[in-house]
Design a protein around this ligand. Structure first.
Ligand code: BES
Ligand code: ZN
Length: 653
C-alpha cells in the first residue's frame, strides 16, 4: 500500500453549502415517477464530523454512484466499476472515499485519463481512505470519476451462499448488509450517513438468477448479456445514505400483496411468506395516515435465507427480512411495521453520525408501535410496549452507565456497539413520554412536521432539540420543565418523568409466572393455549428480581415439566424457541441441547445466536464444549456480521 502524502490540504475546509437540489440536477433523466423532494431538502447542509468515515464532504463529495458490476459466484466477487458524480469546493483537488477490503484497479476521469490515487492505511474499524487527485475544481463544477475494482470473497457486507445454504438447495445466493459501515466493502464511496447519494446500477449475473436492489427495477425480467448471463438495471432517484444501498441475487419469485406492496423470496417459500406478510398493505396505509405520504413508490419485502444476520433491514423500496418472522400466524409482523416506519425515521430523516443512532431506531420503535396500534388495536400495541420496556430495563441494568445515554460517544469504537436496547427502547420511551406530556394530537402534528422539515437531511441530537423547542415547546416553560429533554438525550439512566406502560393482558401472565417460577407450581396450571405470542414471550422472559447470569432458579424437574407441557422442543415460533433456550441453557438442561443445536444451525440471526452462545459460554465446563462444537458446525452458515460477534465470545473454531 502507498502511504498518503503528509501534506496540508490545498484548501481550507470552509463550510460548503451543497444542496440536494444540486445532487438531483446531477442525475441523468429518469424513467418512472419523479421523487417528491420537498423544498427543505434544498437547504444547505452543515456536515458534522463523522468519526466512522474518512470522507471530508466539506471539501468534495459524491452526489451519485453508478455501478456496473458482474457477480461471479465461483470467485465470490463483484467486479467492474463505480462511476461517481463528484462536486467540490472551488480549488479543491482531491476527494476522499471509504474503502475496506477492496481491490482497486485504475481510476480514470470522464475522458478516460488515469487519475492518481492513494490508498491509505487500514484502520481495523473504518477501513482505508481512498484519496483521488484531480485538477482543481472550478465553482459549481461537477465531474465524473470511474473507479475499477473488485470485492474480496470475504467482503464483510456480502454473504455468498452455496445452494445448500438456501431454502431451495439448487442455486447459489448473494445478499448484502450495508448498515452501519459495511457498504465500503462492496462500493467505493463516501460511506457516511450524512452524505446522501442517488444511485444507478447495471448488474450481470448467471441467467438462472434474479437480481433485486433497494431501487426501482428497470428490467423486471433482465436482459440478455452474453452466454449464460443476464443484466439487470436499477435506479434510486431519491438521495439516500450509502448504508441503504443493497443487493440480493438468487432464485427469486415475487407475489404482489396490493398495488404497491409485494414479497420476493425463493419459490418454495413464496406462498407462506406472502400469506404471512399480508398485513403489510394495511400498515403502509396506516403509516401514511399517521405521518404523511410514503415517499418511496413501492414497498416490497425480500425474505432472505436463514443466515440473514438481522431481523430486518430497512433498505428503501425493499425491506430485507429474516425468514424467522414467518411464524405461520402473523404473530411477528411488528417487524414489518418497524422496517416500514424507517421509510420516514432513518431513510428520510437520517442520523448524521452513528452516535445519534437513537434518532433512527428510537423514532422508528415509537412509530412501529403506532402502526401496530392503528392496525391491531391498543391492547396489542400496549403488550409490545411492555415487552420493549422490559428490554430497556434489562439494558439499563446490565450496561455501563455511559452507554445508557441516547446520544453516544462512539469515538474509537465500532458503531455496532451502539446497537442495543437503549437506542430502540429508551428512545421510544422518550417519545412516548413527550406524547404523554403534550397529548397525542399536538405530538403527532409536531412529528409530521419534523419529517417534512427534515426530509432527506441528516439529523443530530442537537438539531432535534432545536426542532422540538422551535416547533413544539415554543417557549412554554411549564412544558419545558415537564419534558426534561436534555436529561433524556444526554444523561444516563431513566429520567423521573418516564411512565411504565401497563398491559392488562399481562396480569394473568405475571400471575402464572409467579406461580410456576417462584412458587414451583405445575406447568399444567399455565394457560398457555389461551395466550397470544406476546403473552408467551412475557412468560418466558420472566426472571427473579436481581438474578445473576447463570444463577439456578429452577429445578431440573420443573424444566422437564415446562418443556413437555408447553411442547417447547417442537415450538415453531422462533422468538419462543429463543426464550425457552435462554432459560434451559442457563440451567445446563441437557435435554434442550439438541434443540439448541438445531436452532443455532438452522438460522443465523444475531439477536438469537449471540445471546445463546454467550449463555453457553457463561456455563463454563458444561457450556463451553457445547458452544465450541455447535459453532464449528454453524459458523459456515452465518453472515460475517454474526460471526464477527460470535467469534469474540467463542473464538474462531
Ligand atoms: N436498521 C436496523 C438493523 C441494523 C441496525 C443493522 C444497526 C445494522 C446496524 C433494523 O431496522 C432493525 O432495527 N432490526 C431489528 C428488528 C426490529 C423489529 C427491532 C432486528 O434486526 O432485530
Ligand atoms: Zn430499526
Amino acid at each position: 500500500m502507498i502511504r498518503p502524502p503528509a501534506r496540508p490540504l490545498t484548501l481550507a475546509a470552509s463550510a460548503l453549502a451543497l444542496t440536494l437540489a444540486a445532487a438531483l440536477s446531477a442525475c441523468a433523466p429518469t424513467t418512472g415517477a419523479a421523487p417528491m423532494i420537498p423544498p427543505a431538502a434544498a437547504q444547505p447542509i452543515e456536515y458534522v464530523r463523522d468519526v466512522h468515515s474518512h470522507a471530508r464532504p466539506e471539501i468534495a463529495r459524491v452526489l451519485h454512484v453508478d455501478l456496473d458490476l458482474d457477480a461471479d459466484f465461483q470467485a465470490k466477487t463483484l467486479s467492474g466499476r463505480a462511476t461517481l458524480d463528484v462536486t467540490a469546493e472551488p480549488g479543491a483537488n482531491e476527494i476522499v472515499l471509504d474503502v475496506r477490503n477492496l481491490d482497486i484497479g485504475e481510476v480514470v476521469d470522464a475522458e478516460g485519463r488515469a487519475l492518481r490515487y492513494v490508498v491509505g492505511d487500514d484502520d481495523p474499524i473504518l477501513g482505508r481512505p481512498l484519496t483521488i487527485y484531480f485538477p482543481a475544481f472550478a465553482p459549481n463544477e461537477r465531474r465524473r470519476i470511474t473507479v475499477r475494482y473488485a470485492t474480496r470473497p470475504d467482503a464483510a457486507a456480502l454473504q455468498w451462499l452455496t445452494p445448500a445454504q438456501t431454502a431451495g438447495g439448487q442455486k447459489p445466493y448473494l445478499f448484502s448488509q450495508g448498515q452501519a459501515i459495511l457498504t465500503r466493502t462492496w462500493v467505493p464511496t463516501q460511506d457516511s450517513p450524512g452524505i446522501r447519494q442517488t444511485y444507478s446500477a447495471r448488474i450481470t449475473a448467471p441467467d438462472d438468477l434474479k437480481v433485486v436492489m433497494s431501487a426501482d427495477q428497470l428490467t423486471p425480467n433482465g436482459e440478455a448479456a452474453g452466454p449464460g448471463k443476464r443484466a439487470w438495471r436499477f435506479r434510486m432517484d431519491n438521495p439516500i445514505p450509502p448504508y441503504l444501498m443493497a443487493i440480493g441475487i438468487g432464485d427469486l419469485a415475487f407475489a404482489p400483496i396490493d398495488h404497491r406492496t409485494g414479497v420476493f423470496t425463493e419459490p418454495g417459500e413464496l406462498a407462506a411468506s406472502a400469506r404471512e406478510l399480508q398485513p403489510t398493505a394495511r400498515m403502509v396505509d396506516a403509516a401514511e395516515a399517521l405521518y404523511g405520504p410514503y415517499q418511496w413508490g413501492r414497498y416490497d419485502l425480500l425474505v432472505l435465507p436463514p443466515s440473514f444476520p438481522f431481523g430486518g433491514m430497512e433498505n428503501p423500496k425493499l425491506t430485507f427480512a429474516t425468514p424467522t418472522i414467518i411464524a405461520g400466524d402473523q404473530s411477528l409482523v411488528s417487524l414489518v411495521a418497524h422496517e416500514l416506519a424507517h421509510s420516514w425515521s432513518g431513510n428520510l430523516v437520517t442520523n448524521a453520525v452513528w452516535a445519534d443512532f437513537w434518532l433512527n431506531e428510537g423514532f422508528t420503535t415509537y412509530f412501529e408501535n403506532r402502526i401496530m396500534e392503528a392496525v391491531y388495536g391498543r391492547d396489542r400495541a400496549l403488550q409490545e410496549q411492555v415487552l420493549s420496556w422490559g428490554e430497556m430495563q434489562d439494558a439499563l441494568a446490565s450496561m455501563p452507565a455511559a452507554d445508557t445515554r441516547l446520544h453516544l460517544n462512539l469515538d474509537g469504537r465500532d458503531p455496532d456497539d451502539g446497537m442495543n436496547a437503549i437506542a430502540y427502547d429508551k428512545g421510544a420511551a422518550f417519545l412516548r413520554t413527550i406524547e404523554g406530556v403534550v397529548r397525542r394530537e399536538r405530538f403527532d402534528a409536531w412529528l409530521r412536521g419534523y419529517f417534512e422539515r427534515n426530509a432527506y437531511r441528516p439529523m443530530t441530537s442537537a438539531l432535534f432539540l432545536t426542532d422540538i423547542r422551535d416547533h413544539l415547546v415554543r417557549g412554554d416553560q411549564a412544558m419545558e420543565t415537564a419534558l426534561k429533554l436534555d436529561e433524556w438525550v444526554y444523561q444516563p439512566g431513566l429520567p423521573s418523568n418516564a411512565v411504565a406502560p401497563v398491559s392488562d393482558a399481562f396480569t394473568p401472565v405475571d400471575a402464572a409466572a409467579l406461580a410456576f417460577f417462584r412458587d414451583r407450581g405445575p406447568a399444567s396450571a399455565i394457560p398457555w393455549a389461551s395466550w397470544n405470542t406476546q403473552q408467551r414471550q412475557r412468560f418466558l422472559n420472566w426472571r427473579p428480581e436481581g438474578l445473576r447470569a447463570g444463577a439456578d432458579w429452577l429445578r431440573p424437574a420443573q424444566l422437564a415439566d415446562l418443556e413437555s407441557t408447553l411442547n417447547l422442543a417442537d415450538e415453531g415460533n422462533t422468538e419462543l424457541t429463543f426464550g425457552w433456550l435462554q432459560i434451559a441453557l442457563a440451567h445446563r438442561y441437557q435435554p434442550a441441547v439438541a434443540t439448541a443445536e438445531r436452532f443455532l444451525t438452522e438460522q443465523g440471526r444475531r439477536k438469537f445466536v449471540l445471546p445463546l452462545f454467550t449463555t453457553l459460554w457463561a456455563e463454563g465446563d458444561w457450556g463451553r464444549p457445547i458452544a465450541r462444537r455447535v459453532y464449528a458446525q454453524a459458523r459456515p452458515l452465518y453472515h460475517p456480521v454474526t460471526t464477527g460477534s460470535v467469534d469474540q465470545v467463542v473464538g474462531r473454531p
